[in-house]
Design a protein around this ligand. Structure first.
Ligand code: DGL
Length: 288
């Protein structure tokens, strides 16, 4: 599709993540393109992805892309860094000509543009750090960048539990990153290289201290879309997003409200059966 025709296409944009982290991406997308409709899919039955092998993550990501295709989407946003690293290429080939937007390239570009002292800290899942996709993307932009990468996998569980502030979050985040900010060579830019991490943004910002820019991969990807596709920015055509989860909707529904912060959001979240996703089961849906 010609990116200029994108706004004329009434189909929704499909967004997926391993769980609730992609809601942070959806929030950025809805803010920047409020006239677009969205379908969100969280693989809550199989989260986390960040501890799993590349092949497993690729397979899971392809399942989610197939489900979104069945929802007749006009674009797929891989709102998960881990799935972006391991699944973007396969998904893009599978769903072509539907455009696929991944997280790593936009976030790396935003971080390279933000840093003044060329020192960047990457916080991401084990699998994303192991892949070295971020250092590769960053060094392709600027070979002089100094990059430290820390797998901060436990933050995914904290976000899924909704433990995003308070003593536990503070202790865990502090244990992971505090030492990087007590030296004179402290990074001035932190990449939140997992879409669950913006949920812990305030704690991370507090521990990193003044003068440190946090890069939110979902926000960077949303800006990338805004720049490269003519999207609907008028609210008149907006519809309430449709939410799907692969595990019980009882756990997922309150997270949608909590993390999107839309108290007035009137919609439903429906459970998708990964084995038989074509079959709709109204008894597995819940109003939010
Ligand atoms: N939110 C995902 C990411 O951006 C993955 C978290 C997980 O499932 O481990 O990497």
């Amino acid at each position: 599709m010609n990116p200029a025709d994108f706004a004329l296409d009434p189909r929704p944009i499909g967004v997926f993540d391993s769980g609730v982290g992609g809601l942070t991406v959806l929030k950025s997308l809805m803010a920047l393109m409020p006239g677009e409709s969205f379908v969100y899919l969280g693989d809550t039955a199989r989260v986390p992805y960040g501890t799993k092998s590349a092949d497993t993550v690729r397979g899971y990501s392809m399942d989610l892309a197939r489900i979104l295709l069945s929802k007749n989407v006009k674009m797929i946003v891989i709102a998960c860094n881990t799935a972006s690293v391991h699944g973007a290429k396969a998904i893009a080939e599978f769903v072509a000509p539907i455009p696929v937007i991944e997280m790593v390239a936009p976030a790396a570009a935003a971080a390279a543009a933000a840093t003044k002292n060329n020192s960047i800290l990457l916080m991401a899942t084990q699998s994303t750090v192991r892949s070295a996709a971020y250092p590769a993307a960053l060094h392709a932009i600027n070979p002089a960048l100094e990059i430290s990468s820390i797998p901060t996998q436990i933050l995914v569980a904290l976000a899924e539990e909704g433990w995003v502030d308070g003593e536990v979050a503070e202790n865990v985040v502090g244990r992971y990153i505090r030492s990087y900010f007590t030296t004179t060579m402290r990074p001035d830019t932190v990449i939140l290289g997992c879409t669950h991490f913006p949920l812990l943004r305030e704690v991370i910002a507090r521990i990193a201290g003044d003068g440190v820019t946090l890069i939110d991969s979902g926000e960077a990807a949303a800006r990338y879309i805004l720049k490269n596709f003519r999207v609907r920015t008028d609210k008149s055509s907006a519809k309430t997003p449709l939410f799907f989860a692969t595990d019980s909707v009882d756990r997922f529904a309150p997270m949608v409200e909590r993390f999107l912060g839309h108290t007035a959001l009137q919609g439903t979240v429906e459970q998708i059966d990964l084995m038989n996703f074509e079959i709709q089961n109204p008894s597995l849906s819940k109003a939010i």
